[in-house]
Design a protein around this ligand. Structure first.
Ligand code: NAD
Length: 485
């Protein structure tokens, strides 16, 4: 019996609805290269419907007590945790990432996003100032109205929920657009929101492409707040759309993150941490350390041991429990990786590990988008391979001689998202961290997350910060009220 593929429809006003134009895109499973569902190919007409629903829901939701909003968000977190296995499997099929990673990182972190902001709104305070004998001032922080939330494909539910949770927790209503490449977990989230009792219209999810749906969100005059995560080129387009409309915008963009290893580092930990930061999610995490710098006296030892460890990563079917490396998200991304590996060699680099697709993984995955973990040495710091974001399992390793030199190397890029520094010298750790131009510096660790800290990038890695207090402030409007004494 032939069954129709699942159609991922929009979620507007609490209902799953067809896109107005009736069109769908194929949703491809990266591990097989074959469509396994279809996703709504929406446009501005669907955004109009979502705006109407979000507008209608705003007065009640923004006046719902923080305690009641909190209870609903906590229920959503509980349901994500209840459905962990189902969501992790959906995410693995949708993105090509190993099921084990989706199960241990992406989905649990999505649950904690709702849990964190559900409780954060119960503990906010508001400033008051006494102006000598003249007046009292106090600040009201009110929800801003409709929030447009646009997210990428690499950590789909994790990043979308990081926007949805604070936006609706403080009383906004939202129109969210997941990446058209990985829409499945956002679709499943809608069912959970309904089950948790989220009122209709508070969260609307409209699927489709960036030019059709993303641009309709950023250009809509009634959506005054835009939180965007994606590539720097797209971020620029988003900024151009939002600027004339004076929207409040947060941009979380690309990275070319340095990972610095001093000779005094605990080398086993530095190697294990660096293999993870290089190849987690096939190198498709914006925070991956794609430029590794190693102090010259430890360079050879580090490269040998790093390559040995990385060569043991098992590239395989994402659904197999023993797989460390799954598939790239699509053919475009795979071709981009191949392009940069060729370019690196033209620029004088030597491929010391990987550099090509792996042998056949299994029959199911014969047309999937796989690439081996790849290590390149011998490149100058200023070449294109070392400056442009590749966003795949390809890293470079370069020696350095002293602290000043490596700080220069680390900062020699247009990006400034994150970095990691490995050393046992405490003073050096503080000094180097202070001088690196990135929004986050990890010392002797990587990807440790505390939701209270500000998260975001410098330079072309973004504008604004997410996380904790920053997100609560971003999604609210401060109003000062001055009362004469
Ligand atoms: P992308 O910029 O292609 O797409 C991101 C989102 O924007 C998608 O939903 C897409 O449909 C939408 N979009 C595309 N064109 C648009 C337009 N004109 N107007 C509005 N929306 C539009 O990025 P991607 O390929 O999905 O994701 C990979 C990129 O995201 C990498 O550069 C990575 O570094 C970055 N990223 C950054 C962070 C961070 O926190 N800084 C986190 C994850 C990923």
């Amino acid at each position: 019996m032939r069954t129709e593929p699942l159609q991922i429809r929009n979620f507007i006003d609490g209902q799953f609805v067809e896109p107005v134009g009736g069109k769908y895109l194929d949703n491809i499973e990266p591990a097989t290269g074959k469509p396994y569902s279809q996703v709504a190919d929406s446009d501005g007409r669907d955004i109009e419907l979502a705006v109407t629903a979000a507008n209608k829901a705003f007065p009640n939701w923004s006046h719902t007590s923080a305690a009641d909003r909190s209870r609903i968000l906590l229920r959503i977190a509980d349901l994500i945790e209840r459905d962990l296995e189902k969501l992790a499997r959906a995410e693995s099929i949708d993105t090509g990432k190993p099921l084990s990673l989706a199960r241990t990182m992406d989905i649990p972190r999505a649950g904690s996003n709702f849990r964190f902001f559900a409780t954060a709104i119960l503990h906010t305070d508001s400033e008051a100032h006494i102006t000598d004998n003249v007046a009292f001032n106090y600040t009201l922080r009110q929800p801003r109205g409709l929030a447009g939330l646009i997210s990428p494909w690499n950590l789909p539910l994790y990043l979308l929920s990081w926007k949805i949770a604070p936006a609706i927790a403080v009383g906004n209503t939202a129109i969210a657009k997941p990446s058209e490449l990985t829409p499945m977990t956002a679709y499943l989230l809608c069912e959970l929101c309904r089950e948790a009792g989220l009122p209709n219209g508070v969260l609307n999810i409209v699927h489709g492409t960036g030019p059709n749906v993303g641009a309709a969100i950023t250009g809509h005059p009634k959506i005054g707040t835009i939180s965007f995560t994606g590539g720097t080129v797209t971020g620029r387009k988003v900024a151009e759309m939002c600027a004339p409309l004076f929207k409040k915008v947060s941009l979380e963009l690309g990275g070319k993150n340095p990972n610095i290893i001093f000779a005094d580092a605990e080398l086993d930990a530095a190697i294990a941490g660096s293999v993870r930061s290089s190849f987690a999610n096939q190198g498709q995490v914006c925070l991956c350390g794609s430029r590794v710098f190693v102090e010259r006296s430890a360079y050879k030892d580090f490269v040998d041991r790093f390559v040995d460890k990385a060569s043991k990563l098992k590239v395989g079917d994402p659904l197999e429990p023993t797989t460390d490396q799954g598939a790239m998200v699509n053919k475009t991304q795979l071709d981009k990786v191949k392009f940069y590996v060729d370019l690196a060699q033209k620029e004088g680099g030597k491929v010391v590990l990987g550099g090509s697709a792996p042998n056949l993984i299994n029959d199911r995955c014969q047309d999937g988008y796989f690439f081996q973990p790849t290590v390149i040495t011998g490149l100058p710091v200023s070449c294109r391979t070392n400056r442009e974001e590749i966003f795949g399992p390809v890293i470079t390793i370069t020696p350095f001689d002293d602290e000043e030199e490596v700080i220069g190397y680390a900062n020699d890029t247009d990006y400034g998202l994150a970095s990691s520094v490995w050393t046992q010298n405490l003073n050096r750790a503080h000094r180097v961290a202070e001088h690196i131009h990135t929004g986050t510096v990890w010392v002797n660790c990587w990807l440790v997350r505390d939701l209270r800290v500000p998260f975001g990038g410098m330079k072309q890695s973004g504008v604004g910060r997410e996380g904790g207090e920053e997100a609560l402030r971003f999604f609210t409007e401060p109003k000062n009220i001055c009362i004469a004494k």
